[in-house]
Ligand binder design. Structure first.
Ligand code: GLU
Length: 275
């Protein structure tokens, strides 16, 4: 074979391989195995947690189950934490991450995201009746969790409010349970993260805690996806939009955040719909 023919063949092979990779190996495996592996939190109340019967339940659990069903798959639930939910996607240990994860441009450098499927923001939980607003918390110790937007946002807020020791006053715990426990034991005066997670923990001991001050960030949640998996991303986005359209989304929402739940959080937004 002439040299130029060999070169052309090599180029063609590389191009075809690149195309195959771009089509999405994760999507192909999901299609073949009919199993969707979702990273889900275990102590995010009421997003994804173990209830009193030791059942793994919550809004994110139901969303993940419904997305899997609409993709024609069974769901394999994989426990993730704030710190592992991105790494597991990058390592191929999960196909999607439904883990109360805010989509941020910074995070988008290493993974992809679906459209927004939940709208929250950050607040501060304190013992009931102790503080009137954020300013009362300047100079106080505040708990949050490692590897979250909450950690960054609270430091920025305390700095803005003029706390010179804002770095030291924010204490980052491994998980929400530990952060809540620190508040309970009086080791910190506030616990901060997304408002619905705070509602979830406050509901463990009704009447003892309250949210102090208004929202100080937007936390739009996206389903985390592996990079360069456009077919998977489309399928997940379409599943979310179809769920919204046929009412399934609001059924799940009201089950966990409706007015009759301990975590009542009125829906004020609308997910992005493509006609
Ligand atoms: N949603 C925020 C984040 O993605 C904070 C709460 C959390 O996910 O733990 O970092």
């Amino acid at each position: 074979m002439k040299l130029w023919k060999c070169a052309a063949l090599a180029c063609l092979t590389v191009a075809l391989l690149a195309q195959a990779a771009f089509a999405g190996p994760v999507w192909d495996t999901i299609q073949k195995d009919k199993v969707l592996r979702a990273g889900i939190m275990t102590n995010s109340i009421p997003g994804a947690f173990y209830d009193e019967n030791n059942e793994w339940v919550g809004f994110d659990v139901d969303i993940a189950e419904e997305v899997a069903k609409r993709l024609g798959c069974t769901l394999e639930r994989v426990a993730v934490t704030d710190k592992t939910r991105i790494a597991f996607l990058q390592q191929g240990r999960i196909d999607i991450s439904v883990a109360n994860m805010t989509h941020k441009r910074e995070r988008d450098k290493s993974i992809d995201f679906s459209i927004t499927y939940f709208f929250d923001g950050q607040k501060i939980l304190c013992k009931d009746g102790k503080y009137a607003g954020w300013n009362d918390l300047v100079g106080k110790k505040i708990a949050t969790t490692q590897g979250t937007t909450s950690e960054l946002n609270i430091k920025a807020l305390l700095k803005k409010l003029g706390d010179p020791n804002y770095q030291k006053n924010v204490i980052s715990f491994q998980d929400y349970a530990a952060a809540f426990n620190a508040l309970k034991m009086g080791r910190v005066q506030g616990f901060t993260t997304d408002s619905t997670i705070l509602l979830g923990y406050a509901a463990k001991e009704p009447g003892k805690y309250e949210l102090v001050g208004d929202f100080f960030s937007d936390e739009p949640y996206g389903i985390g996806l592996p990079e360069d998996e456009s077919k998977l991303r489309d399928a997940v986005n379409f599943a979310l939009q179809d769920m919204w359209k046929d009412g399934t989304y609001m059924d799940i929402y009201n089950k966990w955040y409706g007015p009759d739940t301990p975590y009542s959080f009125p829906m004020t937004e609308q997910i992005e719909m493509w006609p």
